[in-house]
Design a protein around this ligand. Structure first.
Ligand code: 6PG
Length: 485
């Protein structure tokens, strides 16, 4: 009879899995490790796990036998079919009330489905976002668990103990919500990550092409920005990357092929925002920018035949421009987060998830890729007003964008004149200007729709009543049936 010694089991011994196990072990939990290729279990036990309390298993059955009740099994395997396959293998060895946690980057509809299917079998499913890369997993990730709420009391201590801590000591891990809420919030986190990275890349291109700054100058600017409101992990690593020299003494970054990869979480966010009708334009542009970057051959051909402005060097006060660039980056980042929270707000309504936005900001405050000082301000905004309609309406962010907007406009005007692409910085300003316009030209659009398709429109002074006009005198008076996409 195998003794149930372990507090939790973990399947998947790639680097994230191994590091999470070591992290749990550091916090006094006994973990049982399993991997499909079982030689990896032995390698781990004889390597990084040597001298610890970590135990191993060579089959799913043995793993389940070694777990204390209720059993807790965490999967750190490739999202998709592998998750379903392991769930099927686990089921015969689990009993009612046991818990399966999926810590991969799973698509949230899969987590919704798994949560429901497992609940019918009496098994409690948790889909948890895990952010922070290898280092985060080892020393403190941001964890975003959601799923069957009955599981939370059983995993809360482990999760909050191993999670990163915000500067005030609060763990960067809270219960996100039911069903697929954890993976949904992780998806939006990743979308925002795409946006932050794209914004920084646009700033780098303006600095390099427009201002002709050296890598040292660029790195120093990011270093300076990292001391103030832009203080964040991504600004910090950008500084380090710009400083990094290859063996020949030149910056390594310039030798890297300019085509961006992507695993799909940013794309999921973009598609989800379209489905929900929420204008998450910045993440959309960030995804499309990666797509455009990968059309390298076509861009090489275009660079030889498509005209751009003649004078492409900035002529004004460079120092002032760099300050303005920092302001533009900050303002665009605020808009990106405002859009991300708008999307989560809508998803919360659609799925009846009681998302705690201050808690989400706190979870992202430390440990994850988008960690920043700025998230502390977002947490404050939602703590002051949990029902906040839009992050931009919070007095702090309202003032921050008001203070930055002149610089933002000026930077973009110069970038456009210089012919430097700024899709994310620009879309953020366009969204900001769109949002603050009481009246948009959609009245004309409605007239066009009614003109060519009898789609009807509403009048300003009689909303709700659909009217059709015979604009040409030739068409009939019959309107098309109304529907909203
Ligand atoms: C994290 C990251 C991580 C993500 C990678 C790669 O929070 O630790 O979001 O989960 O998978 O950053 O993403 P892309 O390959 O799509 O850039």
């Amino acid at each position: 009879m195998v003794e149930a010694v372990a507090d939790i089991g973990l399947i998947g011994l790639a680097v994230m899995g191994q590091n999470l196990i070591l992290n749990m072990n550091d916090h006094g939990y006994t973990v049982c490790a399993f991997n499909r290729t079982t030689s990896k279990v032995d390698d781990f036990l004889n390597g990084a796990a040597k001298g610890t309390n970590i135990v191993g298993a060579h089959s799913v059955e043995e793993l389940c036998a070694k777990l204390k009740r209720p059993r807790k099994v965490m999967l750190l395997v490739k999202a998709g079919a592998a998750v379903d396959a392991f769930i099927q293998q686990l089921l015969p060895h689990l009993e009612e009330g046991d818990i399966i946690i999926d810590g991969g980057n799973s698509h949230f509809p899969d987590s919704i489905r798994r949560c429901k299917e497992l609940e019918e079998k009496g098994i409690l499913f948790v889909g948890s976002g895990v952010s922070g890369g290898e280092e985060g997993a080892r020393y403190g990730p941001s964890l975003m668990p959601g799923g069957n709420p009955k599981a939370w009391p059983h995993i809360k201590n482990i999760f909050q103990d191993i999670a990163a801590k915000a500067p005030d000591g609060a763990p960067c891990c809270e219960w996100v919500g039911e069903s697929g809420a954890g993976h949904y919030v992780k998806m939006v986190h990743n979308g925002i990550e795409y946006g932050d990275m794209q914004l920084i890349c646009e700033v780098y291109q303006i600095m390099k092409e427009g201002l002709g700054m050296t890598h040292e100058e660029m790195a120093n600017t990011f270093e300076e920005w990292n001391k103030h409101e832009l203080d964040s992990f991504l600004i910090e690593i950008t500084r380090d990357i710009l400083k990094f020299k290859d063996t020949d003494g030149t910056p390594l970054v310039e030798k890297i092929l300019d085509t961006a990869g992507q695993k799909g979480t940013g794309k999921w966010t973009g598609i989800d925002s379209l489905d929900r009708g929420i204008p998450v334009t910045l993440i959309g542009e960030a995804v499309y920018s990666r797509c455009l970057s990968s059309l390298k051959d076509e861009r090489v051909r275009a660079s030889k035949i498509l005209a751009g402005p003649k004078d492409v060097k900035f002529q004004g006060d460079k120092k002032k421009f760099i300050d303005q660039l920092g302001q533009a980056l900050y303002a665009a980042k605020i808009v990106s987060y405002a859009q991300g929270f708008m999307l989560m707000r809508q998803a919360g309504k659609d799925y009846n998830w009681k998302l705690n936005f201050a808690g989400i900001a706190l979870m992202w405050r430390g440990g994850c890729i988008i960690r920043s000082v700025f998230l502390g301000k977002i947490k404050d905004a939602y703590t002051n007003n949990p029902e906040l309609e839009n992050l931009l309406f919070d007095p702090f962010f309202q003032k921050a964008t008001a203070d930055a907007q002149d610089s933002w406009r000026s930077v973009l005007a110069d970038a456009i004149k210089m012919g430097i692409p700024t899709p994310a910085l620009s879309t953020a300003l366009n969204f900001y200007d769109g949002l603050r316009h009481e009246k948009l030209p959609a009245n004309l659009l409605q007239a066009q729709r009614d003109y060519f398709g009898a789609h009807t429109y509403e009048l300003l002074d009689a909303p709700g009543k659909h009217v059709h006009t015979n604009w040409t005198g030739k068409g009939g008076d019959v309107s098309a049936s109304t529907y909203d996409a």
